[in-house]
Design a binder for this molecule. Structure first.
Ligand SMILES: *Cc1c(COP(=O)(O)O)cnc(C)c1O
Length: 434
């Protein structure tokens, strides 16, 4: 299977090249040339399959041309060694809990799959692959943990000094081994600029093989389609799969785009909802047909603070740029911090279910938009303890920190301090490449 660029100005590439490159040379996003529709019998029997079994079937449809079945099976089974259960929250509203992985957020799935796939593609190369990732918190922890111990790969996590929470910081600074944390004296945008400069630095790229691990990478966003199949299977088991609506708290739109891929592969879901925080660019696009990116606004659901969602290009490609089709299949919602807090508190007090600020957007959009006869699943994208300070303040409580998070907090912080000046970062990488 070949992958084309959404900008149509660079050559089609193999999966291996798409994964190693990240972004296409014309700055477009890679898309698979074809999407195989899964057999009706697959969906008819999906409720008797395990999460790993159904994901392997979906992975074969997506990646089967490029990886031997046994190797692909190992990659999928290693990635999905944790469950994504569906939990009832309200009448006809269910939470798909995606926070049972190592760093308690859904990004674990894509990061682990990408790490294993990259390791597989690079297994016969002598040269080390270096993954550069700029983070405002959650991406860095998922990527660092996903790649920990993968042979032939070194990860550099760049994060803004003093601007990530202590829980987030310890998730990528305490690992050691093939993970190096770089504490940048600046803001997130400085970290991102350093990474971009490094990718454009011809001399550096001659010395080191560099790649990125954000959701523009096909190996990170596509495997996220697996848990949509699992959501459907679980709803089918309880007889609630008819007229299913899936609601996804969205920032860069990688997660929901993976769900749309599953739908194009035949997943019997009626429609989707993209729930935003105050960064309402997609919501406005649905209403007006005009896409106008804006600088991002800081909110309580900070992993969705995105003013120009990269995967929008993939949504346009999936629907042949038809606003009518996109707006006919996906509806939107956008919530202020006040609304997020009010929803989180109301849901907790009435149902006993504790949402995180991102999941709160998803839950609220279902409550407001579900029609008679429909059943809804929202994606609970992170454990509420990851946003302990905000959640504690909203509910006036003390959220328990799961043992897995506490374990990170006992580790010893190791990081290299650097200025936000590219010359310093470059000198550091040159030193590393010796
Ligand atoms: C990254 C993230 C999101 C947004 O996902 P996208 O794929 O960027 O739309 C939502 N919630 C949490 C907790 C996240 O970490």
């Amino acid at each position: 299977m070949k992958y084309y660029s959404t900008n149509h100005n660079s050559a089609k590439v193999t999966l291996r090249e798409a994964v190693l490159r990240g972004l296409a040379p014309d700055r477009g996003l890679y898309m698979p040339e074809r999407l195989e529709v899964m057999d009706k019998s697959f969906f008819a029997g999906i409720d008797s399959m395990t999460f790993q079994e159904m994901s392997f079937a979906a992975a074969q449809a997506l990646f089967g041309d490029d990886i031997l079945a046994d190797d692909l099976k190992r990659i999928v089974y290693d990635t999905l060694s944790f469950e994504t259960p569906v939990v009832k929250v309200d009448e006809n509203i269910y939470s798909l809990e995606l926070f049972h992985g190592p760093t308690l957020a859904f990004k674990d799935v894509g990061a682990r799959f990408m790490a294993r796939l990259l390791g597989y593609f690079n297994r016969e190369e002598k040269e080390l692959v270096n993954v550069l990732v700029a983070t405002s918190g959650d991406t860095g922890s998922a990527v660092a943990n996903g790649f920990l111990g993968v042979e032939g790969i070194h990860v550099y996590v760049l994060y803004p000094k003093g601007k990530v929470t202590p829980i987030q910081e310890c998730q990528f600074t305490t690992l050691g081994r093939n993970i190096t944390a770089l504490e940048i004296d600046g803001v997130f945008d400085d970290c991102q600029a350093l990474v971009k400069n490094a990718f454009m630095d011809a001399e550096l790229n001659k010395r080191m093989k560099l790649t990125s691990a954000n959701s523009i990478n096909v190996a990170r966003f596509l495997p996220q389609s697996f848990y949509y199949f699992n959501a459907y299977a679980q709803m089918k088991r309880i007889g609630k799969e008819r007229e299913l609506v899936i609601c996804v708290p969205s920032g860069n739109f990688g997660n929901i785009t993976a769900g749309l891929f599953a739908w194009f592969m035949g997943l019997p879901v009626k429609r989707f909802i993209a729930a935003n925080n105050a960064n309402d660019i997609f919501f406005n696009y649905l209403k007006t047909g005009i896409y106008s990116p804006k600088p991002s606004i800081q909110t309580l659901a900070n992993a969705m603070d995105v003013g120009d969602p990269s995967n929008f290009a993939r949504i346009l490609a999936l629907y042949n740029h038809s606003h009518k089709d996109i707006a006919g299949h996906i509806s939107g919602a956008a919530y202020s911090d006040e609304q997020i807090a009010q929803t989180l508190k109301e849901c907790y007090e009435r149902t006993g279910y504790l949402l995180d600020p991102h999941g709160a957007c998803g839950y609220r959009a279902l409550r407001e938009q579900l029609k008679a006869g429909e059943c809804g699943v929202f994606l609970e994208t992170a454990h509420p303890a990851k946003f302990k300070d905000s959640v504690d303040a909203i509910i006036g409580g003390d959220v328990e920190i799961p043992a897995r998070l506490q374990a990170f907090m006992k580790g010893v912080k190791q990081s290299v301090g650097l200025s936000s000046d590219y010359a310093d970062f470059r000198d550091f990488l040159f030193e590393e490449s010796k």
